[in-house]
Design a protein around this ligand. Structure first.
Ligand code: PLP
Length: 409
């Protein structure tokens, strides 16, 4: 029998707990720097103008219905999604050696990939351990842990420079047993905002090739980091050019602002070779089986919105504009926060705020300082000192800088 009485209380998810505390705070000064969702300069969620247009188009379509999607999802969505990340001229696409499945946003894509590897990554002599960057998106630990894959970490963030721990990272990749699974954030690393340079990516790829490691890219911020979709995809494209067999979890939550619609994809690319197309087809067949038992078929509406934009050149161009607006506002907030801290003469160096990229900045604030910011100043951030840059705006950035100045002194 199952004594449900014996089920222990689980701790609340840290990030969602923080959101709850923020909502309950009645201060008019409160600032939410916790959640990784874009906010406009009025601290409001932003529905991308191009998403509004796509929504209009769909709603006016007399044929719109609520039927099931196929198991692998909406084909005009998945096919354009893989072009978006690999580039439409990718050799992997030309040689038809890829497989794509629509998933429950990026989380579902990471999960499906983890499940697939847990089931099939059993090559003789292959190490099944998944190496995660230290630190990483906290959910990675739970997702890979849930499917029973062993987890290890590689150094990523250098506390001294508040930049990439490049040497330590490369050394760890060298020391890991051959054919390990290496999780990589291709751009806008969460939570640090620190990305390898192009040259560093080349060195990372070289070690991974030498050690026959398997790249698992988790791409949640394409176009959102630099404002340029191609630039943010450069690392993945480089690995494909180098002939790696690899997988990609792709989220459209941030770059389309489709958070709650759960639009995402999981992609597989085979290495070039005579049977590469066959490999991809077999992988696709197994992904379909896993998908069927997990969710049967993915949600339709967000995928339709994204597909409408991705398949229409005019809307696509407009999306790029919207992306530049979001990334541009974030970059201007980075500059403003750094400038205010330097103006105040806040102890320490603050160049990392503008050096880091994407949604987050790893400020270097201690847990005690984070606690004071919340209790005395109603400023909410995760206790590792990560701030969501999108929570800053022209009206609160000075208040935040002054509060940081006070707790740092
Ligand atoms: N991966 C990383 C690194 C993330 O930062 C996120 C979101 O914060 C995700 C995946 C998944 O997000 P979603 O499931 O909302 O697409």
């Amino acid at each position: 029998s199952f004594p449900a009485e014996a089920v222990p209380q689980a701790p609340e998810d840290a990030l969602f707990g923080l959101m709850r505390a923020y909502r309950a705070d009645e201060s008019k000064d409160k600032v939410d720097l916790g959640i990784g969702a874009y906010r406009d300069d009025n601290a409001k969620p932003w529905v991308l103008p191009v998403v509004k247009k796509a929504d209009e188009i769909l709603r006016n379509d007399p044929d719109l219905n609520h039927e099931y999607l196929p198991i692998a999802g909406l084909a005009p969505f998945t096919s354009k999604s893989i072009e978006l990340i690999l580039g439409s001229d990718s050799p992997a696409l030309a040689e038809k050696r890829t497989a794509s499945v629509q998933t429950i946003s990026g989380t579902g894509a990471v999960h499906l990939g983890a499940l697939f590897l847990a089931r099939f990554y059993k090559v003789a002599g292959a190490n099944r351990t998944v190496y995660l960057p230290n630190p990483t998106w906290a959910n990675h630990n739970q997702i890979f842990g849930n499917v029973g894959l062993p987890i290890a970490t590689y150094p990523y963030f250098d506390k001294q420079t508040r930049g990439l721990a490049f040497d330590g990272m490369v050394q760890a990749l060298r020391d890991a047993p051959e054919r390990s699974i290496i999780l990589l954030h291709p751009c806008a690393h969460n939570p640090t905002g620190v990305d390898p340079t192009q040259e560093q990516w080349r060195a990372i790829a070289a070690v991974m090739k030498e050690k026959k490691h398997f790249p698992f890219f988790d791409c949640a911020y394409q176009g959102f980091a630099s404002g340029d979709l191609d630039r943010d995809a450069a690392a993945v494209r480089y690995f494909v050019e180098q002939g790696f067999e690899l997988v990609i979890a792709q989220s459209f939550a941030k770059n389309f602002g489709l958070y709650g619609e759960r639009a995402g994809c999981f992609h597989f690319a085979a290495s070039p070779g005579p049977d590469a197309g066959g490999v991809a087809a077999r992988v696709a067949s197994q992904l379909a089986i896993l998908q069927r038992s997990e969710i049967s078929n993915p949600p339709i509406y967000g995928a339709k919105i994204a597909a409408t934009v991705l398949n229409d050149p005019a809307l696509y161009a407009e999306w790029k504009e919207n992306l530049r607006e979001m990334s541009g506002r974030i970059i201007s907030m980075r500059k403003a926060l750094r400038a205010k801290l330097e103006e105040l003469g806040t102890p320490g160096t603050w160049n990392h705020i503008t050096d880091q990229i994407g949604m987050f900045s790893f400020t270097g604030l201690s847990e005690a300082q984070v606690k004071r910011l919340q209790e005395e100043f109603h400023i909410y951030m995760t206790k590792n000192g990560r701030i969501s840059m999108a929570g800053l705006n022209t009206r609160n950035v000075e208040y935040v800088a002054k509060a940081i100045d006070k707790v740092v002194r």
